[in-house]
Design a protein around this ligand. Structure first.
Ligand code: CA
Length: 575
């Protein structure tokens, strides 16, 4: 295959065969699983000094086709799936009002997954998570005023139905944010409740005459009690988001009904916001209270009864030990975001040493009773974008992506992450949620009008069109890594283990095993080439995909012997 062949000209299977740059390690092609036939990868051409911005160095890439037929799996659809988080307001605007909408998302579904596993230019994701799409007075939507409707900025219920149908026809499932901890202070329930002690919905929220002393937000000094008339109400995030009172069974029943309303419309599940804050104890424990758990068991049961295929994803922004409790006995959440994994992958990649990575592999093995519960990610809409966090270093970004897609569980990526978007500067959350960059025009292809939030300047090439035209782009890497997961069930649902290797403080490896299929990812996090090292392996390893593998391994007595891994290099091997 010619270097630089456009993916659109061939099927996905052929893509996997393609030699993208460097050359194919010929071992294992089409079932030939004998000796690893190895050839040196072409060294990268010396970098010539150029004016800014510096071009991204071309990675040494090694890629061969997968040899494993996907077996029929009897696992739930979300296990090992790849999710893509979307802020609808910033994804694509269909009508020129500067606000992204559901119609705009429908128009871009083929980018996400065109429904043809054997071809196209799509990412190949399995599912979408839509940040809140309910009516709301805020731009972000986490303060809901109507739990059974769609924000008119985005469309209406009919548009949503069409989105779900269009997505389904491509094999994409859609989950939505469900913000159950609090409503908007503009919600009719709260407008009633704040009228006074006798108001109809007074006990749907928590009012006190005198707020208890010493209660502040768990993450800072902010107040959690807010004055309304002569009384005070509880709202952990801010006065515009009063917490719902789940000690009132009527509120709980209403939220069960709301959940079933969306599932009946074919929404595939929910990312449930802020679940660690559902209950507060009398002595002021405002996060991870024990009472959260029986409530969540009842919530799960209410959904399982009629919608056993729905998935519930917990946002419990706590350390892994606390976060893992939201799995319950397999009777609370199916998935939980792993904030620890996000942090440890990024620090390992930033620091160039393996200790954080190895500690996280051990911790994940210890704290998650079901490894499939873990939902790893790099960053989300509440964090500075990962490429910014990694100092806009392309090699670090590629390494982080390799680790994300090798990790156990169900990975989530955040729209634009696959392009290396960094968003805007400054601490405002809007800077983390800027318009998706579809092309290199000044409006980045997001809107023909004035975008709801100014599109920040970003490095040339930070857009879909440019990166589809570049076989070495980050977007192309994301496509390859997602395809690798699809064609290697061990990467989706296989058992994860840390593999101890020498080679220097930056060298680490993790393996995934399913039946007799094993895939190992070996990385060199350091900015220097590794020392020689051996990777314990049984059988004959084949390089599935690698970047910066300066010399392929040779196999001796149950070890793959590497003379070196290049700076920030990684290699996926199957054996
Ligand atoms: Ca619009």
């Amino acid at each position: 295959m010619a270097t630089g062949t456009r993916r659109g000209m061939m099927g996905r299977g052929e893509l996997a065969l393609a030699l993208v740059a460097g050359l194919v390690l010929g071992a294992g092609l089409l079932g030939c699983r004998g000796e690893v036939e190895t050839k040196p990868v072409q060294p990268t051409a010396p970098t010539v000094a150029t004016p800014e911005p510096e071009p991204e160095p071309e990675p040494d890439v090694t890629e061969v086709e997968p040899d494993v037929e996907e077996p029929a799996e009897e696992t739930a659809w979300w296990r090992g799936a790849v999710f893509y988080e979307i802020f609808v307001r910033s994804f694509h605007d269909s009508d020129g009002d500067g606000v992204g909408d559901l119609e705009g998302l429908i128009a871009k579904l083929d980018y996400l997954n065109d429904g043809d596993p054997d071809g196209g230019d799509d990412l190949g994701v399995d599912a979408l998570w839509l940040m809140p799409i309910n009516p709301s007075p805020s731009y972000h939507g986490y303060d809901v005023t109507d739990y059974r409707d769609v924000n008119p900025d985005y469309g209406d219920l009919e548009t949503l139905d069409r989105l779900l149908a269009e997505a389904k026809s491509r094999g994409i499932r859609v989950i939505k944010d469900l913000v159950i901890n609090h409503s908007s202070n503009q919600h009719p329930w709260f407008l009633s409740a704040k009228q006074g002690p006798d108001a109809d919905k007074r006990d749907w929220y928590t009012f006190v005459d005198t707020p208890p002393e010493g209660w502040t937000q768990p993450w800072g000094p902010g107040p959690v009690w807010h004055q309304a008339g002569d009384a005070w109400y509880y709202g952990i995030f801010w006065s515009g988001m009063p917490d719902l009172n789940y000690r009132n069974p009527a509120v709980e029943a209403e939220m069960h009904d709301i959940a079933r309303f969306w599932l009946a419309r074919d929404v595939a599940g929910f990312r449930v916001d802020a679940v660690k804050h559902l209950f507060e104890t009398e002595d002021g424990k405002l996060a991870d209270a024990d009472e959260n758990h029986p409530f969540l068991k009842r919530f799960r049961a209410a959904i399982d009864k009629d919608f056993p295929n729905a998935v519930l994803v917990a946002e419990a922004w706590s350390d892994a030990d606390s976060q893992a409790r939201y799995y319950g006995d397999g009777d609370q959440f199916h998935l939980g975001f792993s904030f620890d994994t996000s942090a440890k992958i990024r620090t390992a990649v930033k620091d160039g040493v393996r200790s954080d990575l190895n500690q996280m592999l051990d911790k994940a093995a210890r704290v998650f009773p079901d490894p499939g519960y873990e939902a790893p990610f790099l960053t989300n809409h509440d964090m500075p974008r990962v490429f910014r966090d990694l100092g806009e270093d392309p090699a670090r970004m590629r390494l982080a992506a390799a680790l994300l897609f090798a990790w156990q569980g169900t990975p989530f990526l955040y729209y634009g992450e696959e392009l290396g978007m960094v968003g805007g500067e400054g601490g405002a959350d809007e800077n983390k949620r800027t318009p998706m960059r579809w092309n290199s025009e000044p409006d980045v292809g997001f809107t023909t009008g004035t975008p709801w939030f100014a599109v920040p300047d970003e490095a040339p090439g930070t857009d879909v069109a440019s990166q589809l035209a570049d076989p070495q782009s980050l977007l192309r890497l994301y496509q390859r890594l997602i395809a690798l997961r699809r064609t290697h069930p061990a990467l989706r649902t296989g058992e994860q283990a840390r593999v101890d290797v020498s080679g220097g403080p930056g060298v680490a490896a993790l393996s995934r095993a399913l039946g007799d299929q094993r895939v190992v990812l070996v990385v060199n996090l350091a900015a220097e080439p590794s020392e020689p090292f051996d990777l314990p392996l049984t059988g004959e390893p084949r390089v599935l995909y690698a970047e910066g593998l300066t010399a392929p391994p040779t196999v001796v007595d149950g070890f793959a012997s590497f003379t070196a891994l290049g700076p920030r290099a990684f290699a996926f091997l199957a054996y």
